[in-house]
Ligand binder design. Sequence first.
Ligand SMILES: [Zn+2]
Length: 735
Amino acid sequence: MEKSNGRNIRFSIRKNNSLLTTDHFEIAFPDQNTLLISGTLESAQWAMNHILRHYAGVEWILPEECGMSYTPMNTIKIPRKKIMVDNISYPVSRVDANWTGWWTQNFRRGLRVDHDLVFHSFPDEKYGRNNSWPKAILPVLNGKKITALPDPERPRHYWQPCYSNPETARIAADNLIEYLDRHPDLFGVSLGTNDNGGYCECSECLKMDKGRSNRSESYYTFVNRVLEMVCTKYPELIVSVLAYSHTYAPPSFKLHKNVLAVMTIDVASCVSPEIMARHKKAIDQWSQKSSMLGIWDYSWGRPYFVPRMYVEAHSEILKYMQKRGGKLYFGENNCCDGFEGPKQYIVYRLLWNASEDPAEIAKEWYERCVGKEAAPYLAAYYKIWNDYFAGPAMKTPWFQSANSVYMTYGDPSHAFGVTPNDIVRADEAMNMVVKLAKTSQEKERAALMMRHWEYSKLLLKIYGVGIYDITGHISTPEQALALLRNAAEYPLNMQKYKEIGEIMIKDRNLNRFYTSKAYISEGYSMIYKKYDTAVANAVLASSAFANDPRVAAELRKTALDPRQPPLIAALCKTFSEAPEKQKNILAGGDAEKEVGKAFEIHPQHRVYANLTVTEKFSSGGRKSFEVKNEGHDALFWVLAPAMPNTTYLAMFKAFIPAPSAEGYLEATLYAEKKGRNQQWRNLPPLKLSGGIWQNFSVMTTTSSSSDSVRLRIYLRKFERGECIYFDDIKIIEVQ
Ligand SMILES: [Zn+2]
């Protein structure tokens, strides 16, 4: 209670009982001296924000410290009239940018959407320790009812309960009720399926599902049965399910009214009219079966090099779904800062009120951010990227992933359509923003926006954007030369990059995100990141023109530059030598003969994948290696004897006829001693675009005790039956 001159601000906190009404609040004046805020623990915050926003001119427009825009004032005047807020467009859950602290100001995490079955419905804690899983729930896999989980260390992977069995639902309901009894403040849970397939193949399940590809009938039957039991005791409970992979299609019947079906959409991919139409159709179909819907959006900002803006699509999809029962939004986006300008802010406003005009919100945002005069230039800057992602980016290899569940956010080819003119225009716009910002708040935010642009510009530079063609290839010695001259500036560019990073991590709101181990190791943080691989790839690309004397001279020059990372110097040295002088220590990597002894599926993985030589596809010659997946992660590896204290470069080409929904590769080259691995690295996912051969290369340096190197290519999350092709596998001694 706050007292001043006999006047009070009173809070009346009601007990929450439903996720649908958590955000509701009321501001009233019951008598001359009292301002009464009524709401839940969560919505009391919204009421305070409402007062600050409407009567003190406050707005939280960016996650950074300078992101609170306000007008200094001594007294706040609030008109004496009742305010009721009880109509929020997406009331159940609104989350974007997992990591940032800013979202607590604007968003609210209400409901989990996850592979949670073994968390509360079939608790691993209860059954996992002594393998006492009830027989009824265990599925038939590969013709046999399993007696233990496929991977007890990862209980939510590779298996599904036998969904058709009513006993499975009864056991889940009993466990869930027990769990809810212990958590009286919980109003929602997730019944999302386990991950990575493993659907039951018993005759009842197969009969219900009429086959193996679409498992919606048995799964949603299970969901309805569970809710009929649980919701008699907990009528307000909201249960999320994932319309995803094998349960993507709606079932033939209506879902229980407490189910909220979450659909996976990379909303920015809806820039393509066909993709927009496809998602709208899916929303229509789902809205016939489920009274509540949600979106799992892959709204990734960083690691894209430039802001991935397409707010029109967000507005259109959010509005469309809201009219058809949309209640939840989850943006999978680990970008913790203001790199994407107004994007997250606009999404937040639309989630609160989907009928707002995004252009109006954007205009307000730009003016608040840098002031009226500078605003048009900041708007022009973001329009460059909006237009880029709505135009040229759609012609890059990256855009092929628009047909997958999510777009491949780690693929640098997304930027290969950016032109030098785009960069000049962005520079001009941002210079004007800095010049025209007036107040100290505006100046601070203009400087911040400029830093974000400088960061983007450096990445575009380091990745050789503007030199490669839009498909990420080069075709002339001039391009090779330009790439190498660009590589020569890499040490200088990294110096500038580090300087920007050092300013950024000082931000008091975001320091803990930028510097958190997880954030850095996942590669989301710009801080402490290196781009040696990108530059090495540029050297690899230019090496195709090493017989041009100018290219050879540039390779020799970079090889001798002491500022270059050893990897790049050594690579340049390797390629400045004639190909026949390069020491390829691996025979048979062109797959033209049978599968050589060096090429294997890991012995323990041979039930998960099969390796052969085929003539179906090849990148050179007539044949390539084919790895056929059996619906489980597998490891394809290649062994070559090696020298101690030596750097090796492994190169291979990979191909998949059509992009995989979730499948990706991880590749690495590790030193070994007597068949024992000596190294370990965190591996970035390598997504295959589909329909084109892609080059990959990995390097390593052996230790004094190493006797061999092993190229490891992990095949992750591919579906049963998907085939990956490999060709031109080489392991070259670099230095
Ligand atoms: Zn079954």
